[in-house]
Design a binder for this molecule. Sequence first.
Ligand code: GLN
Ligand code: ZN
Length: 761
Amino acid sequence: MKTAVIGFPRIGKDRELKFASEKYFKGEISEEELKNVASEIRKENLLEQSKQGITYIPVNDFSFYDNVLDTAVLFNVIPKRYKELGLSELDTYFAMARGYQKDKGNVKALAMKKWFNTNYHYIVPEFEDDTKIKLNDETVIERYKEAVSLDIDAKVNLIGPFTFLKLTKFVGSKTIDDVKEKLVLEYVKLLNDIKAAGGKTVSIDEPYLVRDLDSKDKELFNYLYDIILNSNSGVKVILQTYFGDVRDIYEDLIKLPFAGIGIDFVEGKESLNLIKKYGFPTDKILFAGLVNGKNIWRNNYRKTIDTFEVIKKVLKSDENIVISTSCSLLHVPYTTESETKLQKDYIEHFAFAKEKLVELKEIAALVKLDDFAQKGSKCYKDNQALHASRINSFDKKVKDRVSKIKKSDYERLPKFEEREKIQKEKLDLPLFPTTTIGSFPQTAAVRKNRRDYKNGVISKEQYIKFNKEKIAKCIALQEEIGLDVLVHGEYERNDMVEYFGEHLSGYVFTEKAWVQSYGTRCVKPPIIWGDVSRKESITVEWSKFAKQCTTKKVKGMLTGPVTILNWSFPREDITIKESVLQIALAIRDEVLDLEANGIEIIQIDEAALREKLPLRKSDWYSEYLDFAIPAFRLVHSGVKPETQIHTHMCYSEFTDIIPAIDAMDADVITFEASRSDLQILDSLKENNFKTEVGPGVYDIHSPRVPSVEEIVNALNLMREKLDDNKLWVNPDCGLKTRGDKETKESLINLVLAAKEVRAQD
Ligand code: GLN
Ligand code: ZN
């Protein structure tokens, strides 16, 4: 039984690539040194996979920054402004990825976007009218040969032309139709070169196929692959799909002469139905994505074998089935071996990239055994025993509480309009109230205080004392600046999810389970281990203290349940819906606690709400918003009418889900608007958006101080589209990454601008 891996993490077991790249950016190591680190990582990855006996081992899954950017460079899709810098090949590449601001010029980076439904970000290629597509495949061929030198006959991974064209931004007048022929002919050349170098198999990733496709998309796909597959390059072409099912194009795919097709049976809800309904051709290999490439739980062999059996029945034989990961392992950490602190009872339930290789091997062996031998085999028995033994994972009280949620618990009363009146009276804020998003600059001293406390260098009392001094100063500063609604500054938080996770039961944390988010940036998502509930009050002490420091209104600051869930590794033994409701109840307890302690305004951040919208529009509500929005409502439905609930989102691209955002039923929403064209405001108006809004009036992602005039202009533009009584004045996100000086200057101007606009009437 054969096995396949779609891609392996490339940041290195101890993030070696990250550290080497960062040194290279600072000029501390040479290009050669960086390339040596990279080559060591690639070798280690190849050897590890080969050691585990993986049949189809990928090459060219490595990248110095991002595979989509690699693909752009492979075909010379490099905007002029980067070429004109006259840098080395590698530095031109990094200039596209990160921007360039040194002696040779000043250019911004290309845009970055989320890679489908993951937390990985790709670089958006830009196609200009005079871009000349031209193959430059030395690196790809070199990497193939590198594997050969280790005695590994790898499959060469490529991002396919369909996905590449769909993700590329055409900045001139040209369109996909103008360039598709040239591009696909260069892909054909590439296949010929691979063949000439001795390569036998190419795996072409086309994840875009799991999205909603229209007839034009299908035409484009067929056009491209008609040429590729009829080019007689002599290499076997595998079509690899992932992150969902290919329901819109499956019938076409099975008619095309691919040597194999990779199908995701983990996230692809319709995958089994598709093969059952339309069959699978006997002349092709089915790469069955059965080991989850995105989550960190051990595979349940029983379930996987059952799925395998269904597939085998459809194919009438297992001869042409390959056991594969569901997507690249890029999305999971390297190995559980690096975790030294977490107890074995936890660790043994996790499979990171390296452990998943063993799973592939064991599953491949198990499916070859008859039922009796299977059940008797050690790895099967161990696996089943493991799944039967989850420690401390279930909490009956939490489950009962979720099961007892009533329809009315999702409904805050009285209705918005009535609350709005009550709150205006009670809070007595001026027109265009000014506020911030929560965090204030996290200086080195702030971070040190947290670190020292965590490492036991200082006592809890010392830690608290430091933070309280910071809070008192932060409040005094805000009073001096003249803001209307004050915040405590969030000095206690390393991260808006991890901080809450640490105060909730049901969470576990890793030491080194890093996953690449983009380029050299990695994240370490906490793991939802068991039923989640609030262990203790989380933010109340800080908010209460801040309130004591002032007579002004203080806004409490929380992270919402959808964001907490989306930035964690979720459980697989209960539904996402149940998980988010558990978290919602925990945060609800905190909301009520804050209210009971006199906090009259509470902000519940949902920075990650939009990012898990399903890839297919038809699934947006049924698979996500229909429970995500109610979960948010559950968090705040218990508060008094006069308590004002805010929420915040770090983006304004919610034009297409405005009714859902309004249905969160917050009293105020602040969001990023300073970098967008304020088009969102038209859409809010058209949709009769009821929630009060604070579209950020300046960009906090840069140290630049906005002038009063600029902010006044922004506000006046907003006033053209929004009711004065609904408009708040605030920056567009938290200030934690900013310095003290520019923060103060910017906020002073913000307050002056609000006063000026108030005086206009
Ligand atoms: N309240 C958080 C802060 O101000 C919000 C962060 C975010 O939106 N990402 O930092
Ligand atoms: Zn934000």
